[in-house]
Design a protein around this ligand. Structure first.
Ligand code: HPA
Length: 235
C-alpha cells in the first residue's frame, strides 16, 4: 500500500495505463482486460489489474493536473516497481491544422509548472517522454494502420483563464495542443529512470470552440485505448 493507492504489493502490473478519469479506467478494464480485479479505490481513483492478450496490465486514474498525476505516477514507479506508464488522455488543439479525434504521441511537453524544478531540480520549461514507450506507440500504430502524430504540447496548470489568446509559452514553442499532466509524468519518469509516454486524443479545437459531444467521447476514445493496449505489449 502507498499513501494514495491501496493495492497490495504485487497487485500492480509493471505496465500501467493511466487515464485522468476513473470511469475511463473502468471502461478500459471492463471492455479489454481479462481476469480483472479492482486493486485500489482510494478516493475513487480506481485501479484495475488484469491481463491483455495474456500480458499482466494495470489501468488506473491519474486525476487532473500535474500535482495529481505527480502523486499517482510517483507512487506507482517508486512503491509498486512499475516500469512503464502510458497516459491516455484528451487535449485541446491550439491549431485548426489538428482535427477532432486526431491522435498525438507527445514527444515534448512545455509547462509553466514549477513541479519539476521543486521536486527534482529540473529547472527547465520542457521535458521529453522517457524510455521506450514512445517508440513502441509509433511502431505499434504503424502495424495497426493508425495515424498518430508526434507532437510538442503544452502541459498547463490552467483550464480557465481570462485571456482568450494562446498562452505565450505555447505560442513561442509552437505547441500544437494543451493538456494538463504530461510534464509531471515525464519529470517523475526522468528522475526515477522509468519509461513514460503520453497518448492524446484531440477532444476540442480551441480557436473554433469545436468539441466532441459527451455521447461521442466514449466511442471516439477507442482507437487511443486500443493503441495504448497494443503498445503495452511491446514495452
Ligand atoms: N485544456 C487543457 N486540457 C484539456 C483541454 C484544454 O482545452 N481539452 C482537453 N484537455
Amino acid at each position: 500500500m502507498s499513501l494514495h493507492i491501496s493495492a497490495q504489493p504485487g497487485e500492480i502490473a509493471p505496465v500501467v495505463l493511466l487515464a485522468g478519469d476513473p470511469l475511463r479506467a473502468k471502461y478500459v478494464a471492463d471492455h479489454f482486460l481479462q481476469n480483472v480485479k479492482l486493486v485500489s479505490n482510494t478516493r475513487n481513483a480506481f485501479y484495475f489489474t488484469g491481463s491483455y492478450k495474456s500480458k499482466p496490465l494495470t489501468v488506473g486514474a491519474s486525476g487532473m493536473g500535474c500535482p495529481s498525476i505527480g502523486i499517482y505516477s510517483y507512487e506507482l514507479y517508486n512503491e509498486y516497481n512499475v516500469d512503464c506508464i502510458i497516459r491516455i488522455g484528451t487535449c485541446g488543439a491550439y491549431t485548426t491544422e489538428l482535427k477532432l479525434y486526431d491522435l498525438l504521441n507527445v514527444d515534448r511537453a512545455f509547462s509553466e509548472s514549477t513541479y519539476a524544478k521543486y521536486a527534482f531540480g529540473y529547472d527547465v520549461a520542457h521535458l521529453y517522454h522517457e524510455g521506450k514507450a514512445y517508440a513502441a506507440i509509433n511502431d505499434t500504430a504503424r502495424t495497426m494502420n493508425l495515424t498518430v502524430q508526434t507532437a510538442v504540447i503544452h502541459s498547463s496548470d490552467i483550464f480557465y483563464r481570462a485571456s482568450k489568446g494562446i498562452p505565450e509559452i505555447a505560442e513561442t514553442n509552437k505547441c500544437v495542443a494543451v493538456e494538463m499532466e504530461a510534464y509531471a509524468l515525464f519529470a517523475n519518469a526522468k528522475h526515477l529512470q522509468k519509461s513514460a509516454a503520453t497518448l492524446l486524443t484531440v477532444s476540442d479545437i480551441i480557436p473554433t470552440h469545436q468539441k466532441m459531444s459527451p455521447g461521442e467521447r466514449e466511442k471516439s476514445l477507442l482507437p487511443m485505448m486500443e493503441l495504448a493496449l497494443e503498445a503495452a505489449l511491446n514495452v
